[in-house]
Design a protein around this ligand. Structure first.
Ligand code: PLP
Ligand code: COI
Length: 357
């Protein structure tokens, strides 16, 4: 794929390495450029890197009315050699195509996605934030552009990648969050779009997020449609840890996003020194486990959230249960440390996980 470059004039681009003063936060900042490519007449066309800026979109674009739009979230890290390395972006590229299939969006070869990401990071490498724990957050997305009000898959699309110099999603220092256990709000239905990163899934989660915030929780813990099994939490897969150190992640069903972080933790079980297993997790068993002390830690896995400890769960009737002593536990600290050291190149990564830009 031959990428065209239409870069900002040098005087308007970042000239030296970004050294943020305050905490960069998550997803607020952008870099100088974005990657764009269009799909029409059955082909992806015109790959280009252009200055970051607004799109021109038809008011009748299918994405705006019917939500035919998908995205990914990945990260790149700077290692001690001063080089930038992407982390498992091949898994994100694969998953974007899984989402594309679910949303009737055309396949976008993974090699093209990876080339786009790498070229953009390379063009904007001075935006890598030199701050402890910071990274470049990578946001590829595809949206339907055809100007048509009937409901069927669009015949044209735009693929875009933007970068955000970012820090921690739920704040630094692994502070435990609370989750609202919701029997009222559901994120996904069997046979629906829950296993994809469809933009609409996130629009549909806003109301649940608002309800969570009203009771002082960071997010909702979603259950399956029968309110029997734990599914996931906001923008994270859920996990809990048993007294013997076993990490338990709910089985990936078609109502749960296949988190790349969860998959990585499963693959790292030996390195972590803990058994990691996936199974259907009944809410009542989970609650009993927390109350009896059989479950000693819990949290969420996700690219943005990394490993986020959950200190307590709030029921809709206001009742609360606390996991362990409600503070971040030793296992979560250990998992966080091993995982982030691998990302930062301070510990050997499994083959193929990190790619130098
Ligand atoms: N579940 C949902 C609904 C998400 O939005 C995310 C974030 O991407 C995750 C889980 C975690 O997935 P990953 O680890 O691939 O970022
Ligand atoms: C990610 O973790 O990359 C996500 O996509 C979460 C996002 C919805 C904030």
């Amino acid at each position: 794929m031959e990428i065209k470059y239409q870069l900002k004039p040098a005087a308007e681009r970042r000239q030296e390495q970004f050294r943020p003063e305050g905490n960069v936060g998550f997803g607020r900042l952008r870099t100088d450029h974005m990657f764009l490519m269009d799909y029409y007449d059955g082909e992806w066309r015109d790959p280009r890197i252009v200055p970051y800026g607004p799109f021109s979109v038809a008011p009748g674009a299918v994405a705006l009315h019917y939500g035919q739009s998908i995205f990914e979230g990945a990260k790149a890290f700077m290692h001690q050699d001063g080089e930038i390395y992407t982390f498992r972006t091949n898994k994100n590229a694969e998953r974007l195509n899984r989402s594309a299939d679910i949303l009737c969006i055309p396949y976008l070869p993974e090699e093209m996605q990876l080339q786009a990401i790498n070229a953009l990071i390379d063009a904007d490498r001075l935006w890598f934030p030199m701050q402890e724990g910071a990274c470049l957050y990578i946001r590829p997305f595809i949206f339907a552009t055809e100007d048509r009000l009937s409901v069927s898959p669009s015949t044209s699309y735009t693929f875009c990648v933007v970068l955000s110099p970012s820090g921690a999603y739920y704040g630094a220092n692994l502070s435990p969050i609370s989750l609202l256990i919701s029997t009222h709000y559901h994120r996904a239905a069997p046979g629906g779009t829950g296993a994809s990163k469809a933009s609409g899934n996130y629009a549909a989660s806003l109301r649940a997020g608002r309800a969570a915030k009203e009771v002082g929780a960071a997010q909702v813990l979603y259950l399956d449609n029968n309110n029997v099994y734990i599914e996931e939490a906001g923008a994270m897969n859920h996990f809990h840890i048993l007294k013997d150190g076993t990490v338990v992640i709910p089985e990936f069903t078609d109502t749960i996003l296949r988190s790349i972080t969860s998959q990585s933790i499963i693959e790292l079980a030996t390195e972590l020194g803990y058994p990691v297993r996936q199974e259907m997790v009944r809410l009542d068993d989970f609650v009993k486990g927390v109350e009896s002390g059989e479950i000693i830690e819990a949290g969420g896995f996700g690219t943005a959230a990394v490993v986020s400890p959950v200190g307590s769960y709030i029921f809709e009737d206001g009742r609360r249960i606390t996991v362990g002593n409600g503070q971040v536990g030793e296992h979560v600290k250990h998992i966080y440390q091993v995982y982030t050291e691998i990302q930062k190149g301070l510990r050997p990564a499994p083959a193929g996980w990190l790619h130098k830009v």
